[in-house]
Design a protein around this ligand. Structure first.
Ligand code: ADP
Ligand code: 5GP
Length: 193
């Protein structure tokens, strides 16, 4: 049985921080590196957080059906290369995907009838919108306008619709506690606990 974990949540909630913790704690875990047309942030490197590609290359990947799913979000394209997930699962890795709601739904649907792949979905929520804004500001990777766009992209109607599709909904308040909660979920799903 292969394990695949989907992590969703608003920009700045702490998804990457939590995923980094899992990658450093569970040796078989691997991040499915998405393709994006957005520019790298000051701390990001091509091939680590994302494959940063031009829009024409992204379109080519869509044409060639190389993407498991893709979305246009906050003015850029984001997509999951089939090869990323396939390679991780083929090598018995534990696959982690950091994707927004629509992507999460596509992936869940894609693997729904696959008895070989166990999907676990986690929605990470902020303690408040004020705290979320603070984290985005402190990260210093987006300007005010981009932050506002990211915050407004996270609306309660959409959230209410998607929440029931997730196995776990957790609030990232105290980071140390959240890391423990996420690690517990991973261990439970993998069968270590
Ligand atoms: P995301 O991947 O969801 O966009 P990040 O992991 O980049 O979010 O986190 C955004 C910022 O918030 C980072 O500067 C990170 O260090 C910080 N952060 C993450 N979790 C917490 C937490 N529980 N409390 C305070 N700051 C946090
Ligand atoms: P960011 O620009 O903050 O890195 O990502 C913006 C949003 O895109 C986040 O919600 C993140 O989860 C989502 N995302 C990143 N990669 C993918 C992907 O390959 N597919 C989908 N559907 N969403 C993605």
């Amino acid at each position: 049985m292969n394990n695949l974990f989907i992590i969703s949540g608003p920009s700045g909630v702490g998804k990457s921080t939590l995923i980094d913790y899992i990658l450093n704690t569970i040796p078989q875990s691997r991040l499915s590196i998405s393709c994006t047309t957005r520019s790298p942030r000051y701390y990001e490197h091509d091939g680590k957080e994302y494959y940063f590609i031009m829009e024409n290359k992204f379109r080519e990947m869509i044409q060639n059906e190389e993407l498991l799913e893709y979305v246009y979000c906050f003015g850029n394209y984001y997509g999951t290369p089939k090869s990323e997930v396939d390679n991780i699962l083929k090598n018995n890795g534990i696959c982690i995907l950091d994707v927004e709601f629509a992507g999460a739904m596509s992936i869940l649907k894609y693997y729904k009838n696959n008895a070989e792949v166990k999907c676990t979905s986690i929605l990470v929520m902020p303690p408040s919108i004020i705290e979320l804004r603070k984290r985005l500001l402190e990260r210093g990777s987006e300007n005010e306008e981009a932050i506002s766009r990211r915050l407004s992209g996270f609306n309660s109607e959409e959230l209410a619709y998607y929440e029931p599709f997730y196995d776990y909904i957790i609030t990232n308040n105290n980071l140390k506690t959240t890391k423990e909660v996420v690690l517990d979920i991973f261990k439970k799903s993998i069968g270590d606990k």
